[in-house]
Design a protein around this ligand. Structure first.
Ligand SMILES: Nc1nc2c(c(=O)[nH]1)N[C@H]1C(S)=C(S)[C@@H](COP(=O)(O)OP(=O)(O)OC[C@H]3O[C@@H](n4cnc5c(=O)[nH]c(N)nc54)[C@H](O)[C@@H]3O)O[C@H]1N2
Ligand SMILES: Nc1nc2c(c(=O)[nH]1)N[C@H]1C(S)=C(S)[C@@H](COP(=O)(O)OP(=O)(O)OC[C@H]3O[C@@H](n4cnc5c(=O)[nH]c(N)nc54)[C@H](O)[C@@H]3O)O[C@H]1N2
Ligand code: SF4
Ligand SMILES: [Mo]
Length: 702
C-alpha cells in the first residue's frame, strides 16, 4: 500500500454512517477499511462498505442517459434526454392537469445530500398532489407520533444507548440492519457495553434474531400485536404507581383512563406473552435507573404502526426517561433540519388520494395507493411518473400490480444508476454520478445520531467527463419545467446551503472547519433540551394527542375481534447484514455463499403440512403467490414465517448480471396494498396472512 493515497469519508449506504479509510491509486480503489480515527464509528464497518468499490466499478451501472426502444436501450445525450423529459411531462400536465404527473422518491435520497437538497425543488415545481416516497413504507408512523406529541414530525427521540441501563428493542434487528432512526455505528459493541456496565437488553420479536442472541432476554410476540403489549405495560406501570411523569407532559389522566382496559390478562393470548412476563417487563423498565424503549420498522409497518410509536414515546415519557441521559433524547445537530423546515411538514389531511380517499401527510400520499391511482381511469389519473432513488416494484406492497400499472403509463422517467425491476419500465433513465464520486453531508443521519456529530465527505474520484451529479439533473429538469431554462443555465452546488446552515447552527461550524476534520467531529453527548425544543403550541409533550386517542377505538375492536382469515400463517420480513433493501445484490462479494432468500418456518408448522427442510414450497396470500425454498428453524415463532425483503431479480428486462444469478423472490409480491395502518397510511409488512404448502400439493389439487 506504500504507493497508494488515502481518502477518508463516511459510508453512505446505511444509517450508521461509518467512517472509511480508502486507499487508492489513480482511479483504482486498493482497499476500504474502517477509519479507526473516526471518534464515532471507531473503525467499525460492515461487509457492505467494500461494495462501494463494486458499485464504482460495476459494468452494469449506467453512465449516460438511455432511452427504451423496440430494439432495446439506446444511449442518448443529456441535452436530448432532459429536453424530452421536460417536454413530455409538460405536455401531459398541460392536457391532463398537474396531478397527472407523480413522483416517487426512494431511500437513497436521504443518503445523498445532493439529491436530498435538490429533489424537493423538483417536487414543488411539479405542483402535483401525487408525491410518494419510501417513507410510507417505513418510518412514517414515527413522524406522525412525533408531530402529534412533540409538535414536529422530525423531532424524533433517539435511544441514548451509550448511557442506558435498560434497552427494550421492539421490531428492530440492529445487529443486521446496523440501526435505524438511531445512528449508532458499531451497535454490537455498544450493546455489549450496556451489559458490561450491569445493564440489560431485552428484545421483543416474532423471530429469535441476531440481536436477540446477544440480548439478556427475548420474548416471541405474535406479529402486529405490540400495540396491546405496550398498552398493557403502561397499565401495569399506572396500576402499580411506578410512573415518574415530567411536568411538561400533558394528557396523563386521559392516558391512564385509556390504558385501564388493557391489563396483561387481556392481551396475553393475543400477544403470546405470559402475563407474568408482561408485568415483570413493565416493572423492570420503570424501575431501571435509566431505560429506553425503541421500536423500529417491525413496529411501524403494522396495522397499528402510528399507535405503537405513540405508546413507545409515552412509555419513555411516563417512566421519566424522555430527555434524560440513558433514555430517549433529542439531538441538537450542527445543521438543524428542524429549523430549516419549520412549518413545512406539519401538515395532515389537507387533501386525499383520489381513489381511496387516503389522507396526505407531510405533503405525501401513501405509496400503497400508487398503483390504483395509475390504473383507475378518471379525472386526476396518474399518466406519468418520475422515480428517483427508488425501486417500488420490489420495495412496496403488491409489486405485481405495480408492474402492471407501470406498463400502462404514458411516460415514465427514472433517475437511477441501474436498469432494475422498476426502471426497466421507464422510457428514459437519467443516471447520476454516485457513491465515491459525490460530496456528501449527512443531513438526516447526523440529526438522528446517538451523539451530536458532523462530518463532510469530499468526492474521492472526480465524476467521469460527460456525467452529471443528481443535483445537476434535478436542477436542469426543474429549470426546464418552470420555463427558467436557457442555454447559459448553470446548476448551483446545493452544498452552499449546508455551509450556510452550519455557520448559523448551534456550533458555528462551516464546511471549511469540517474539511479540517476528515475523521468527523464529535460535538458531545445528547443533552436535555425539553421543554425548550418542543414545537407544540403549549410547549408540552402530548401523552394523549387527539388523533391517537381516536385510534384506540380501532385497537379495542381489533382486540375484541381478531380478523378471521383463510390464511393460517403470518408472514414477516427480515434483513441480512450483506443486503441493502433491493439494490445491492449486484455485488458478487455480497451475494456469494448459501442462498439467503429462503422462507423460515417452525419445524412443527412444517411437520403439520408435510414440509421438509430444503423443500420448495408455495406461499400464497390474498394478492399473489410465489415458490421458494423453505428453511426450518426454531428461531421463528410458531404460526409465523419470514422472507427477506429486496429479492426478486428474475423479472424480464432487468440488467443486473450478478443479482439475476441470485434472483430470489420478492416478498412484496405477497404483501397487500389494501391493508394499511389506517391512521397514518403506512404500508403493512408485518403479519401478512399467508398459506404455505408443498409445491406438489398444488399440482394434485389442479
Ligand atoms: N416487504 C417489505 N418491504 C419493504 C421493507 C421491508 O422491510 N419489507 N422495507 C421498506 C423500507 S424500510 C424502505 S426504506 C424501502 C426502500 O424502498 P426503495 O427506496 O424504493 O428501494 P431500494 O431498494 O432502496 O432502491 C433504491 C434505488 O435507488 C437506486 N440508487 C442507489 N444509489 C443511488 C443514487 O445515488 N442516486 C440515484 N438516483 N439512485 C440510486 C438503486 O439503483 C435502486 O433503484 O423498502 C420498504 N419495503
Ligand atoms: N443489512 C441491511 N441493513 C439495513 C437495511 C437492509 O436492507 N439491510 N435497510 C435499511 C433500512 S432502509 C432500514 S429502514 C433499517 C431497518 O432497520 P430495522 O428496523 O432494524 O429492520 P429489520 O432488521 O428489518 O428488523 C425488523 C424486525 O422486526 C421484526 N418484526 C416483524 N414484525 C414484527 C412485529 O409485528 N412485532 C415485532 N415486535 N417485531 C416484528 C422482524 O422479525 C425483524 O427482526 O435498516 C437499514 N439497514
Ligand atoms: S454499517 Fe452501514 S454505514 Fe457502516 S459500513 Fe456498513 S453499510 Fe456502511
Ligand atoms: Mo428504510
Amino acid at each position: 500500500m506504500t504507493n497508494s493515497s488515502v481518502h477518508y469519508r463516511a459510508c453512505n449506504l446505511c444509517e450508521a454512517i461509518c467512517g472509511l479509510e480508502i486507499h487508492y491509486t489513480g482511479h483504482q480503489v486498493v482497499s476500504i477499511a474502517g477509519d479507526k480515527s473516526d471518534p464515532f464509528s471507531r473503525g467499525h464497518v460492515c461487509p457492505k462498505a467494500v461494495a462501494l468499490k463494486d458499485i464504482y466499478e460495476d459494468p452494469n451501472r449506467l453512465k449516460k442517459p438511455v432511452r427504451r426502444t423496440a430494439a432495446g436501450w439506446e444511449e442518448i445525450t443529456w441535452e436530448e434526454a432532459l429536453e424530452e423529459v421536460a417536454a413530455r411531462l409538460g405536455k401531459i400536465q398541460a392536457s391532463d392537469g398537474s396531478d397527472a404527473v407523480a413522483m416517487y422518491a426512494g431511500n437513497p435520497s436521504v443518503h445523498n445530500s445532493g439529491t436530498y437538497l435538490a429533489g424537493t425543488n423538483l417536487m414543488r415545481a411539479l405542483k402535483t398532489k401525487n408525491i410518494f416516497s419510501a417513507t410510507s413504507a417505513d418510518q412514517l408512523p414515527h413522524h406522525f407520533a412525533a408531530w402529534q406529541q412533540f409538535g414536529h414530525p422530525f423531532l424524533l427521540p433517539i435511544p441514548d444507548i451509550d448511557r442506558t441501563d435498560f434497552w427494550l428493542i421492539l421490531g428492530a434487528n440492529p445487529l443486521a440492519s446496523n440501526g435505524s432512526l438511531m445512528t449508532a455505528p458499531d451497535v454490537a459493541n455498544r450493546l455489549k457495553a450496556i451489559q458490561q456496565r450491569g445493564g440489560k437488553v431485552v428484545v421483543v420479536d416474532p423471530r429469535y434474531t441476531e440481536t436477540a442472541t446477544k440480548a439478556d432476554a427475548h420474548f416471541f410476540i405474535r406479529p402486529a400485536t405490540d400495540v396491546f403489549l405496550l398498552l398493557a405495560m403502561l397499565q401495569v406501570i399506572f396500576e402499580e404507581k411506578l410512573e415518574k411523569v415530567p411536568a411538561y407532559a400533558d394528557g396523563l389522566e386521559e392516558l391512564k383512563a385509556l390504558v385501564a382496559a388493557f391489563s396483561p390478562e387481556q392481551v396475553t393470548e393475543r400477544t403470546g406473552i405470559e402475563t407474568a412476563h408482561i408485568r415483570q417487563l413493565a416493572r423492570e423498565f420503570a424501575n431501571a435507573p435509566s431505560a429506553v424503549a425503541y421500536g423500529r420498522i417491525g413496529l411501524s409497518t403494522q396495522a397499528f404502526g402510528g399507535a405503537c410509536q405513540w405508546l413507545v414515546n409515552a412509555l419513555n415519557c411516563v417512566t421519566g426517561n424522555l430527555d434524560k441521559a440513558g433514555g430517549a433524547m433529542f439531538t441538537q445537530p450542527a445543521m438543524d433540519i428542524l429549523a430549516a423546515s419549520k412549518g413545512e411538514y406539519n401538515k395532515y389531511n389537507r387533501y386525499q388520494s383520489r381513489v381511496r380517499g387516503l389522507p396526505e401527510f407531510m405533503g405525501e400520499l401513501p405509496v400503497s395507493t400508487l398503483a390504483e391511482e395509475i390504473l383507475t381511469e378518471g379525472e386526476g389519473q396518474i399518466k406519468a411518473l418520475i422515480t428517483s432513488c427508488g425501486n417500488p416494484i420490489l420495495s412496496t406492497p403488491n409489486g405485481q400490480q405495480l408492474d402492471r400499472a407501470f406498463e400502462t403509463l404514458e411516460f415514465m422517467v427514472s433517475i437511477d444508476i441501474y436498469i432494475n425491476e422498476t426502471t426497466r419500465h421507464a422510457h428514459l433513465i437519467l443516471p447520476p454520478a454516485t457513491g465515491l464520486e459525490v460530496a456528501h453531508y449527512d443531513l438526516t443521519f447526523n440529526a438522528l445520531a446517538i451523539r451530536n456529530v458532523a462530518r463532510w465527505s469530499e468526492p474521492l474520484f472526480s465524476k467521469e467527463t460527460g456525467t452529471k451529479y443528481d443535483w445537476e439533473i434535478f436542477q436542469e429538469l426543474t429549470a426546464r419545467l418552470t420555463g427558467h431554462y436557457s442555454p447559459s443555465f448553470t446548476p448551483e452546488d446545493p452544498h452552499a446551503k449546508v455551509d450556510l446552515a452550519l455557520r448559523f447552527g448551534k456550533y458555528k461550524l462551516s464546511l471549511d472547519t469540517l474539511r479540517q476534520h476528515p475523521h468527523g467531529l464529535d460535538l458531545g453527548a445528547l443533552e436535555p433540551c425539553l421543554p425548550a425544543r418542543l414545537q407544540t403550541s403549549n410547549k408540552k409533550v402530548g401523552l394523549a394527542p387527539p388523533l391517537l386517542v381516536k385510534d384506540v377505538e380501532r385497537i379495542k375492536k381489533a382486540l375484541a375481534q381478531p380478523a378471521s382469515s383463510d390464511f393460517d400463517l403470518l408472514l414477516i420480513n427480515r434483513r441480512h447484514v450483506r443486503d441493502n433493501n433491493s439494490w445491492m445484490h449486484n455485488s458478487e462479494r455480497l451475494v456469494k455463499g448459501r442462498n439467503r432468500c429462503t422462507l423460515l418456518m417452525h419445524p412443527q408448522d412444517a411437520q403439520q403440512r408435510g414440509i421438509e427442510t430444503g423443500a420448495k414450497v408455495e406461499v400464497l396470500s390474498r394478492v399473489g403467490e410465489l415458490k421458494v425454498e423453505v428453511e426450518l428453524t426454531e428461531k421463528i415463532m410458531r404460526g409465523v414465517v419470514s422472507l427477506p425483503h429486496g429479492y426478486g431479480h428474475g423479472r424480464g428486462g432487468v440488467r443486473l448480471n450478478v443479482a439475476q444469478a441470485h434472483a430470489g423472490v420478492s416478498v412484496n409480491d405477497l404483501t397487500d396494498e389494501q391493508v394499511l395502518d389506517d391512521l397514518t397510511g403506512n404500508a403493512v409488512f408485518g403479519g401478512v396472512p399467508v398459506r404455505v404448502q408443498n409445491c406438489y400439493d398444488l399440482r394434485s389439487f389442479v
